[in-house]
Structure formats: C-alpha cells, structure tokens
Ligand binder design. Structure first.
Ligand SMILES: [Zn+2]
Length: 312
C-alpha cells in the first residue's frame, strides 16, 4: 500500500527541501554562536538569535538510536516491512529522524558510521533523506511507484480447451482453490480522477488528497470500489483452461459484490479467481467465477465479485 504523505515545505523549511531536490544537504548555522540547528527554524535553538544562514554539509553522521517497525506505524506508511526507523546524529551535532535502508536489523549498532542516501519519492523530484552504513554502496534510491509492465496477451501457461457441452469437465473446474495472482495494475490519483470525471462520483474522499488526509479515515484518498472492480479487465489472471464451442458469452452480472477494504491512491493491485459453480439452466450454461482483487501484499480483499458468465 502506498499513500504516503509528502513533505509540505513552509517558508522556513523550503531551503532544506529545495536543497535536497538539487542534490545538497543544507542545515542552518547560527551567525552569532556558530551552532547548528535542525529541524529548520526561525531562531537558533542554542542562543535564540534570528541570524541563521543555510550552509551545505555532507550529511555524514552516526546512529544515535533506532527501532525496527514490523507493522506499519500508521496505515499510510505501510510497506515494505520491516522498516528501520532511526535517529541519526550528524557531525554538526544535530539529530534527524530517518529510515535506514540497505541494512539488516542484525547489522545495526548504535554509534555506527552512516551516510545519507537520496531517495526520490515523487515525480516532481521530491527527495527524502534516508541513511545507510558508510560500507554500503548506495547513494541514491528511486522510490517513485511505477506501473509494472503488462505481460503480452498470450503469456502464461498453455490452456486446456474445454467444450461448453462437456458439462462434466466444466463441473470438474469447480474448486475452493484460487488461481495464481494476475499481473499488477497501479491505481494512482490520475486514474482515480479520470474515473471520477467519467462516473460523476467526485466525492472528496476520492479526489481531494489534502482534505482526505486531514478529514478522511484512510490517511489519504481511496479509489472508487467500482473503479477497482472494472480494473479486473486490465489484470490477466493465469487460468489454465479456456471454454470453447459456444455461440455467445455474456457477462450476466454478479451474485455477490463486496468492497471489504479500501484501495489507497498509489496502490498496486492484483487479482485471482476460482470457478465457484457451474449450472445448466434454460438460458444457457452458467459459470460463476469468484474474483478477488487485493492490494498487493494485503490479505483482505478490496473487491469480492462472484461474476456470472453465461455461455449460449
Ligand atoms: Zn546561536
């Protein structure tokens, strides 16, 4: 899940964030007492002077303390776990909160030497400062979530062809076991905005990230349930059979449609399915496929759809 809050620069802190975008680490130093201050402030935290200057530093420091978060500290900070949350003491004496990367928890030692890692977290070039050991070969990370490549239509296992008149073979497909996972689809804010415009459902919980972060229950915007449901068509579930020999195949609707958990903007989703039932009815042969869509890594489905397919 990814709905992570991004830094909001203020007039006072903007030089720090702009510096990171430009590849520099800037800290405030007091012109009166020469001490350093962090986080960015209007006054020196030692002598209260307002005479502060931004100066570039190399960002090196030592591990002051840390904790290993094996569950997300807040829903919007989920994944990937575990996260090593740390306080780093810079050579200038200031301490900053950060995340350690490229290190196993067992390798951590209070006082160890650390160096900064620039992590690009947004298309606009926003950078967060992470840290790693001076011995690790890492200076930059690209953490911008991207849509994964889609497999070609004929990728996947060879399909067993089953004639629609072979009811016994169709009934043998009924199973409690789900297929493997489908390809993944990125549900980002622009896709959600497009669906809001198309459907007319532009409720703020979908379309207003600022308000959704402040007033909403999910720490940010979420996708429409109906959007996640229709994205099924973009995900290729690796089924090992193909029904043949029919004149017409129609989507006859759904026997059950539920949205048990939200899909935050910026999530990757995937799906899996199983054949739930096969019945011969006067209108045709009816197959119910249970399709579950999940946010990648989440156990609880975001959509459960018992899709009714009618072969005629
Ligand atoms: Zn001072």
């Amino acid at each position: 899940m990814s709905n992570k809050p991004m830094p909001l620069a203020t007039a006072i802190s903007a030089p720090f964030w702009d510096g990171l975008k430009a590849g520099k680490i800037l800290l405030q130093q007091c012109n009166s007492c020469q001490q350093w201050t962090f986080y960015p402030r209007r006054h020196c935290s030692h002598c209260l002077s307002h005479e502060l200057s931004w100066r570039e530093v190399d960002g090196r420091g030592t591990l002051y303390t840390y904790t290993v978060a094996r569950v997300p500290t807040l829903p919007e900070f989920a994944g990937p776990e575990p996260q090593i949350l740390a306080v780093v003491e810079l050579e200038q004496g200031v301490r900053l909160n950060t995340t350690l990367v490229g290190l196993q928890p067992e390798a951590l030692k209070v006082g160890m030497a650390l160096k900064p890692v620039r992590a690009r977290v947004k298309e606009d070039g926003t950078v967060l400062l992470r840290y790693t050991s001076v011995d690790v070969d890492l200076i930059e990370l690209d953490e911008v979530l991207k849509a994964p490549p889609q497999p070609s239509a004929d990728a996947g296992p060879a399909k067993r062809k089953i004639d629609v008149k072979d009811i016994e073979a169709l009934k043998a497909l009924v199973s409690e076991t789900f297929s493997d996972w489908s390809s993944q689809v990125l549900v980002d804010q622009s896709l959600i905005n497009d669906f809001a415009a198309l459907s007319g459902d532009d409720y703020w919980i979908h379309t207003d990230p600022e308000r959704a972060r402040k007033d909403g229950p999910f720490g940010g915007t979420i996708a429409h349930g109906a959007l996640v449901q229709v994205l099924m068509s973009r995900m290729q579930v690796p089924l090992d059979f193909e029904v043949t020999g029919f004149n017409n195949m129609v989507n006859y609707g759904s026997e059950r449609l539920r949205f048990p958990s939200p899909v935050p903007a910026g999530s990757l989703i995937h799906a899996r399915s199983r054949v739930k039932s096969v019945e011969v009815l006067p209108r045709g042969t009816q197959m119910v496929m249970e399709i579950n869509v999940h946010v990648v890594g989440q156990e609880r489905p975001a959509v459960i759809n018992d899709l009714v397919i009618l072969y005629m």
